[in-house]
Design a protein around this ligand. Structure first.
Ligand SMILES: Cc1ncc(COP(=O)(O)O)c(C=O)c1O
Length: 369
């Protein structure tokens, strides 16, 4: 007989998922409704409205794609890109690389604008790549979770629009943790995930498309290659028709509803401030321990702190001891940063002075020197 699964209570201070408030977990245990039940349809409307507030947009096409953040990424590319389209993509970590991979699978010609991992994509780099070109789309990761860097996407959006391109951003780690101002910044398409600064389990990918992006998606030469992610079909489900397309993950939508409700109850500005304050607290404590943050100064994410592995220590051993002896999860460095950095997430519910204190206490016990 297989025993019922009974996980321990970990403190999640990695790159996501983050800690989830009890009321969000409880929402997942509420009675199921049919996915076309008028009460569920009412919840869908509230989720869309709250997502518009969190994304700071009036875009009607704002809803959670069923799937994780990567499904949101695919949703944006498959709907906006047709074979042969030119796309400029900023790559300064894992997720810019993933965008290029997804765009290539859509048949795009990808122009890669690369920066060292841990540094931003400079607007000037995009401006240079656009000289003499008019690509269909420019895409950049706003908050690069693999390195802890926040790229200034507003300036890049301006440059993209001047070249006649649509602007797409990845807000998986930024949404709810730092300002994301879709309309003010002129962003045409954005996707996110639920498991980072919104503090909901993973499973949905909030997306938003501007009217320009919708025009592109609805006036294509070719069919969208993914039936599941075709916005023209999804619009029939999440829009006013309410025609069956797929069965929305009911319990995940309950959870997102509660997570968004709590986010807005706290207030976006207070939430961003809380993330910043706890980042500064962590940074000060790490400095006392002579541990250094590795992301480019002035562009550090408050919700994802990339820390150099102290000389003479094995990062896998530090992470193993944090997990086994203290029930605390942090993340490893990725790609060229593997073995060199560790990633401390202070996302959403995880971002508190108490959690910073718990982690620092554990690190002091593990790194007595
Ligand atoms: C910046 C960024 N983009 C995309 C993704 C992919 O999201 P998911 O793992 O939910 O599919 C992640 C996940 O960590 C991410 O951090």
């Amino acid at each position: 007989m297989i025993a019922q699964f009974n996980p321990p209570q970990r403190l999640l201070l990695g790159p996501g998922p983050s800690m989830v408030p009890q009321s969000v977990l409880d929402a997942m245990g509420l009675p199921l409704l049919g996915h076309l039940d008028p009460l569920f349809v009412g919840l869908m409307e509230e989720v869309k409205g709250m997502l518009r507030t969190v994304f700071q947009t009036t875009n009607p096409m704002t809803f959670p794609v069923s799937g994780t953040g990567s499904a949101g990424m695919e949703f944006c590319f498959v709907n906006l890109i047709e074979p042969g389209d030119e796309v400029v993509i900023g790559i300064n970590g894992v997720f810019g690389g993933r965008m290029a991979e997804v765009a290539e699978r859509c048949g795009a010609t990808v122009i890669r604008v690369e920066a060292e991992w841990g540094r931003i994509i400079e607007p000037e780099q995009i401006a240079q790549a656009l000289r003499g070109r008019s690509p269909k789309l420019v895409a950049v990761v706003h908050a690069e979770t693999s390195t802890g860097v926040l790229t200034p996407v507003q300036e890049i959006a301006q440059i993209a629009h001047n070249a006649g391109a649509l602007m797409l951003i990845d807000t998986v780690t930024s949404l709810g943790g730092v300002p994301v101002c879709i309309d003010e910044w002129g962003i045409d398409a954005a996707y996110s995930g639920t498991q980072k600064c919104l503090s909901c389990p993973p499973g949905l990918a909030p997306v938003t498309l501007s009217s320009r992006a919708m025009e592109v998606a609805t006036n294509r030469r070719t069919k969208v290659q993914s039936w599941y992610l075709d916005v023209n079909l999804l619009n029939g489900y999440w829009g006013s028709d309410r025609a069956y397309h797929h069965t929305a993950p009911i319990s995940m939508n309950y959870a997102l509803h509660e997570a968004l409700r709590l986010t807005l109850e706290e207030g976006l500005e207070s939430r961003w401030l809380r993330h910043q304050e706890n980042h500064l607290l962590l940074a000060a404590k790490l400095e006392e321990m002579e541990m250094t943050l590795t992301a480019q100064a002035g562009h550090r994410l408050p919700q994802l702190n990339s820390v150099a592995v102290p000389a003479g220590y094995d990062d896998a051993e530090i992470r193993r001891r944090l997990l086994n002896d203290f029930n605390i999860e942090i993340g490893a460095g990725l790609g060229p940063l593997k073995g060199k950095t560790m990633r401390i997430g202070l996302m959403g519910e995880s971002s508190s002075a108490e959690n910073v204190g718990r982690l620092v206490g554990a690190l002091k016990a593990i790194l007595p020197a």
